[in-house]
Design a binder for this molecule. Structure first.
Ligand code: NAG
Ligand code: NAG
Length: 319
C-alpha cells in the first residue's frame, strides 16, 4: 500500500493562493533512487527539485527528509511537515521491502537499481501535467496514468505482473491520482511563492576567455567561460557546452572552440542572458593584438603621408 502512496510525500493540502508566480513552465519533481545490492542491503537516495534547483534531500542515517532551502517547506503546516517526514521514514523501509519480497516473482536480478520519479508541471496559463514512473536498471518500466499503472514496455516478465499487482489497489490509486493531480500543483504554487526571491533572482554572468590544452599540431582550443549567472537558460556563441553548478546556486558554463591556430583572428564570444537586459557581453579574443595593430597603423599612416609630401615638395623645388 505504501509503495502506492509515493507522492504522499507531497502531503499537501496547502492553499495555493498565488497563481501568478511564474511565466515559464515549471515543475516539482521527486526522485527516489534505490540500489539493491543483495537481499539484505539497499542504498537509498531521495531528492526533490523545483526546476533545476534541489529543494529537498535525504539523510539516510537518520532516515529523514532534509529541507535544503529556508523556503523548502512551502506553506505546509507543522503537522503536514511532520506527516511528510514520517511518511518518508516508513516509505524508505516499506518500498525496498516490496521489491525484496517480489524480486523472484518479478525476476529482478541483484544487484539492481530502481528509480521512481513523480511530480507535476505547471504551464503558464491553465495547463498542468503530472507524471509518475518506475524505472528498473535505468529503463522505464511502468508509468501511472488516469488512476492506473501501465507498462511502458512490452514485457510479460516484469512490467506486466508489476502493473497487475499495483492495479489491485483501487483506493490507493485514486489517492495517488489526487496527490499528483491536485496536491502537487498546489504545493508547487506555494513553494514558488515562498522561494520567489531565490527562484526568480537574476544574476549577471561574468565571462572570460582562455586557451585550453593544445588538441594537436597546428590546432588550438579556445575556451569561453561564463560564470555566476541565474537563471540557467543562456545563449553563448560557440560550440559544445559544459554547465557546472556554483556553490551559491548560480551556474558556470565553459564553451570550447577548436580552431586552426592561424584562424583565430576576428573570433569573439558573445553571451546573451535575461539578466543583461539586451546588453550582450562580447569578448574579442585578439583584443590586445588588434588594438596594438591599430596603434601601429595610426602612427605609420601619417608618417608615410608626411614622407610622400616631403618627397613631392623636394622634387618640385629641385626642378
Ligand atoms: C550485501 O551487500 C553488502 C554491500 O555490498 C555487503 O556488505 C553484505 O555483506 C552483503 N550481504 C550478503 C548477505 O551478501
Ligand atoms: C480515464 O479513465 C476514464 C474511465 O476510467 C475515462 O472515461 C477517461 O476518458 C480516461 N481519460 C484519459 C485521458 O484516458
Amino acid at each position: 500500500m505504501l509503495f502506492l502512496q509515493i507522492p504522499l510525500l507531497a502531503v499537501l493540502l496547502v492553499a495555493g493562493d498565488n497563481e501568478d508566480a511564474f511565466q515559464e513552465e515549471i515543475s516539482f519533481k521527486m526522485t527516489y533512487s534505490s540500489s539493491f545490492y543483495n537481499r539484505s542491503w539497499v542504498k537509498i537516495r531521495h531528492s526533490a527539485w523545483v526546476g533545476d534547483l534541489q529543494t529537498h534531500g535525504w539523510d539516510s542515517n537518520s532516515r529523514t527528509v532534509t529541507f535544503l532551502r529556508p523556503w523548502s517547506k512551502g506553506k505546509l503546516s507543522k503537522i503536514e511537515i511532520k506527516e511528510l517526514v514520517e511518511f518518508h521514514r516508513v516509505f524508505s523501509v516499506e518500498m525496498p521491502n516490496q521489491f525484496h519480497r517480489h524480486a523472484n516473482q518479478w525476476q529482478l536480478k541483484y544487484p539492481f537499481e530502481i528509480q521512481i520519479t513523480g511530480g507535476c508541471e505547471l504551464h503558464p496559463g491553465e495547463g498542468k501535467a503530472v507524471f509518475l514512473k518506475v524505472a528498473y536498471q535505468g529503463s522505464e518500466l511502468l508509468h501511472f496514468q488516469n488512476k492506473s499503472w501501465l507498462p511502458s514496455v512490452k514485457d510479460e516478465i516484469t512490467a506486466q505482473p508489476m502493473c497487475r499487482r499495483l492495479n489491485q489497489y483501487h483506493v490507493a490509486n485514486r489517492l495517488v491520482q489526487r496527490l499528483i493531480g491536485y496536491s502537487c500543483p498546489r504545493f508547487l504554487l506555494s513553494i514558488l511563492d515562498t522561494g520567489k526571491a531565490d527562484l526568480q533572482r537574476e544574476v549577471k554572468p561574468e565571462a572570460w576567455l582562455s586557451t585550453g590544452p593544445n588538441p594537436g599540431p597546428d590546432r588550438q582550443m579556445l575556451v569561453c567561460h561564463v560564470s555566476g549567472f541565474h537563471p540557467k537558460p543562456i545563449w553563448v556563441k560557440w560550440m559544445q557546452e559544459w554547465y557546472l553548478a556554483n556553490a551559491d546556486g548560480t551556474w558556470y558554463l565553459q564553451v570550447f572552440l577548436e580552431v586552426e591556430a592561424t584562424e583565430t583572428s576576428g573570433l569573439y564570444c558573445r553571451v546573451r542572458h535575461s539578466s543583461l537586459g539586451g546588453q550582450d557581453i562580447i569578448l574579442y579574443l585578439e583584443h590586445h593584438r588588434s588594438s596594438r595593430g591599430w596603434i601601429i597603423v595610426a602612427v605609420m599612416v601619417p608618417l608615410v603621408l608626411l614622407t610622400a609630401l616631403a618627397f613631392g615638395l623636394w622634387k618640385r623645388w629641385s626642378h
